[in-house]
Design a protein around this ligand. Structure first.
Ligand code: G1P
Length: 297
């Protein structure tokens, strides 16, 4: 069976309330990490993993996100005229092929499971697909999704990115119930969304990269949205395990930044700023001078 996975889904419908007032007029996913919107990091990771079709689950007020993926002929013309080839290349790299990108609306904020369910008609009945949460930015030599796809070729089933976190942090995540660990691959016998303190079955948290069997959509479909109740993706994956489907966690190599939080976004800004050859020297000098100072008023 050809297990090549070419479709990825990006849930980007969230209101971004943690970043108000900035997100009053710009989608959170357009917020800039160094000089690129957050969502560009997710797109780059997907492309490097061989993804060719991109589905965005959006909501009201996300127009700027759709515009971002459009071609910008006037800008390109301007850069071409001025011979600014490097910048032109950068700009063109963000262009998406016509038809490669689709948008579907999540009309009500009913959770991650609901966002994935909203795209159900765009996934073929036998199609395994990827999900990337752009808030989780992962710096890695080999992109996280590519690491997972390489292993998934051997394992099949469904797979989630996993990371060990301190036990007191587990209530913020989906958490794995571990059957067996083999190297970086974890066979999973259950999954629980945001367990109460002390009730975490392990310290392995789910991070925002998923490879999902289309059966997960059936489980979401069976759950059906109920007014006011969030549909958890974690619960649909747990159902898949109960029905005998294989689900794996994969301990990826790399550093994850929680860009859904202000502290995480700042940390990512520092890390990505320092990794840029054009900024490293000036920026690290500045940081060295700032450390120990109380900061600006
Ligand atoms: C979502 C998922 C959770 C996962 C997390 C990773 O939670 O529901 O299972 O661990 O992303 O970032 P959220 O952070 O949207 O509350």
């Amino acid at each position: 069976m050809d297990r090549r996975i070419t479709k990825a889904l990006f849930p980007v419908a969230g209101l971004g309330t943690r970043f108000l007032p900035a997100t009053k007029s710009i989608p959170k996913e357009i917020m800039t990490l160094v000089d690129r919107p957050l969502v560009q990091y997710a797109i780059d990771e997907a492309r490097e993993a061989g993804i060719e079709k991109f589905i965005f689950v959006t909501s009201r007020g996300k127009g700027a996100l759709e515009d971002y993926f459009d071609h910008a002929p006037e800008l390109e013309q301007e850069l071409l005229g001025k011979g600014r080839d490097a910048l032109l290349g950068e700009l063109r790299r963000t262009n998406m092929d016509s038809g490669a990108i689709a948008y579907v609306r999540q009309h009500r904020p009913l959770g991650l499971g609901h966002a994935v369910w909203c795209a159900r008609h765009l996934i073929a009945p036998d199609e395994t697909f990827a999900v990337i949460l752009p808030d989780d930015v992962i710096a890695a030599d080999k992109p996280c999704l590519l690491q997972m796809l390489e292993v998934h070729r051997e394992t099949g089933g469904s797979m989630v990115a996993a990371m060990e976190v301190p036990p007191e942090k587990t209530p913020a995540y989906g958490v794995l119930d571990v059957r067996e660990e083999t190297g970086r691959t974890i066979s999973v016998k259950g999954m629980i969304e945001k367990p109460e303190t002390g009730k975490n079955p392990s310290n392995f948290a789910v991070i925002g990269r998923y490879i999902l069997s289309p059966r997960i959509l059936d489980h979401l479909n069976a759950a059906r949205p109920v007014a006011g109740v969030e549909m958890q993706l974690t619960n649909a994956i747990a159902t898949e395990i109960q029905r005998g489907g294989d689900v794996f966690g994969y301990r990826f190599r790399g550093q994850r930044f929680d860009c859904g939080s202000k502290a995480g976004f700042l940390q990512a800004t520092v890390a990505f700023g320092l990794s840029r050859p054009d900024l490293r020297e000036e920026f690290s000098d500045f940081l060295a001078r700032m450390v120990g100072k109380p900061g600006v008023a």
